[in-house]
Design a protein around this ligand. Structure first.
Ligand SMILES: Nc1ncnc2c1ncn2[C@@H]1O[C@H](COP(=O)(O)OP(=O)(O)OP(=O)(O)O)[C@@H](O)[C@H]1O
Ligand SMILES: [Mg+2]
Length: 455
């Protein structure tokens, strides 16, 4: 698989890379021009002493002589930076005057000619001006050599002068590119944040406001996908709700018929079997009801959620009658500690939430236990708490029990594992949080649902 490419890296590579290459490439001719300029500047100055020495060459009957006045030799030495050498070579290739064996140039020996060339003398790079003068007995060659320190310094100065602005431009451009790229990719980061912040149930369109023109088609495609996903989810939810709803009617019929059978069987004594069928029917009805509640509580449900003021104290109070008989049957001490706690919400869904939590407390707490329902308000929150002193839920399982159909391993009590999923879904739709805690007593379970308070 190809490694994911980063836009930032790609843009930097394509912008800064060629820029640097351009600077390097343009520096090469610059370098050669600088070398030429440095040589040109000093070459003329080197020819002059060669011509001057050539003027001192005298020809006798049978030999050639040169007498360079000491003042002229002194003049050659006044250069403070470079060392200067000279050599006069006679027609017999003998050194007539001079102070060094300067390598010979490649010059025609029968005409007047001059040449400027670079060579090495005593291990140092030198620049040489050579003049060849034809004489009767052959050619006389005058060479003046100069070390190249001045030229190198000039070359350095030219290069530094030319490269410094280029490097400054490159560095500035790189910094500007970097900021520019970051700046232009910012809308993408915003888009990512917007999508990341969403709850999984929010399938509404991504706004993509401020997204650059090039990214709009992507936002559009994401929104189309979200819309399709929402439709598919809605269809699935409708199917579950319909299926659960359709199941309820035959199950209700079944319950009635089992009761009729029980009456009939009173005489024949098949009641154990009938009790079993009755139990199964109850469980199936409970499951169908839970499925229906869950489908209705889910965000994509066709039933809109109401947002009316609800006093949690009253909500609990209204359900007391339904729960007390059940607690009596299970010999559970059901207590209420109710204070006003106002919030905004859907009373019917909130009743389902309470019913599932109470159902859990009453079912999963052993006989003789104690269950307390509490409502209270504190610091802008309205709390609904259900506390029991049953076996509780281990911390490691407190996340998983909210999953659909998940039941703690070893749970023998009845249930389909949907109750806490329903509670979670309903709390979510009220922007409330559900926490499973250990009560102060150290055992049992304390479920705390925190709503924002409505005043
Ligand atoms: N108050 C409680 N005390 C101890 N365990 C609990 C309590 N409430 C829930 N549980 C554990 O969490 C599991 C999941 O609870 P949930 O309400 O989702 O499902 P259920 O009660 O098994 O079935 P349903 O609620 O659909 O009838 C339960 O099976 C049980 O093991
Ligand atoms: Mg339950």
């Amino acid at each position: 698989m190809q490694a994911p490419s980063s836009l930032k890296k790609l843009l930097t590579l394509w912008l800064v890379g060629p820029l640097l290459a351009l600077i390097v490439v343009s520096a090469v001719p610059g370098y050669f021009l600088a070398v030429r300029a440095a040589n040109d500047a000093y070459d003329n100055g080197l020819l002059d002493p060669a011509i001057a020495i050539a003027n001192y060459v005298r020809e006798n009957e049978d030999d050639v002589q040169v007498t360079v006045p000491p003042a002229a030799i002194e003049a050659l030495r006044i250069d403070t930076i470079d060392r200067i050498f000279f050599r006069v070579t006679g027609p017999a290739n003998d050194m007539i005057a001079g102070n060094a064996f300067i390598p010979l140039p490649d010059l025609p020996m029968d005409t007047t000619a001059q040449s400027l060339y670079s060579t090495v003398l005593e291990g140092q790079a030198v620049r040489v001006a050579a003049i060849s003068i034809p004489r009767r007995n052959g050619n006389v060659l005058v060479q003046v050599a100069e070390t190249t320190l001045k030229r190198e310094r000039l070359l350095q100065d030219i290069l530094v002068g030319a490269l410094t602005p280029a490097i400054l431009v490159a560095v500035t451009a790189a910094i500007l590119f970097w900021f520019g790229i970051r700046r232009s990719l910012l809308p993408l980061a915003h888009l990512r944040d917007e999508i990341e912040r969403r709850s999984p149930s929010d399938l509404g369109a991504v706004s993509g406001s401020g997204a650059p023109l090039e990214v709009r088609p992507l936002v559009f495609a994401i929104n189309q996908l979200l819309a399709r996903l929402e439709q598919a989810l809605e269809a699935q939810q409708r199917f579950i709700a319909n299926a659960a709803h359709q199941l309820r009617t035959p199950l209700a019929g079944l319950r009635t018929h089992v009761e009729l059978m029980r009456r009939e069987a009173g005489k024949n004594g098949a009641s154990t079997l009938i009790d079993m069928i009755s139990g199964e029917t109850e469980r199936a009805s409970h499951l169908a009801n839970q499925l229906l509640t869950l489908a209705r509580a889910e965000p994509g449900s066709s039933l809109p959620i109401a947002r009316v003021p609800v006093n949690l104290r009253e909500l609990v109070f209204q359900s007391v009658q339904a729960w007390v008989p059940r607690s009596l049957v299970r010999d559970i001490d059901l207590g209420f500690d109710l204070a006003d706690a106002h919030t905004l919400g859907d009373p019917q869904l909130l009743r389902e939430l309470l019913a599932n939590l109470l159902d859990n407390a009453l079912i999963h707490t052993p006989r003789g236990g104690r269950v307390t329902v509490r409502t209270r308000r504190e610091q802008g929150f309205a709390f609904l708490e259900i506390e029991d002193d049953g076996p509780g839920i281990p911390e490691s399982e407190r996340q998983r029990v909210f999953e659909r159909f998940y039941r703690l391993p070893g749970t023998t009590t009845e249930g389909g594992g949907l109750g806490l999923a329903i509670v979670h879904e309903i709390a979510d739709r009220h922007q409330a949080s559900v926490k499973l805690l250990t009560p102060p007593s150290g055992h049992g379970l304390l479920v705390r649902v925190s709503f924002s308070e409505y005043e």
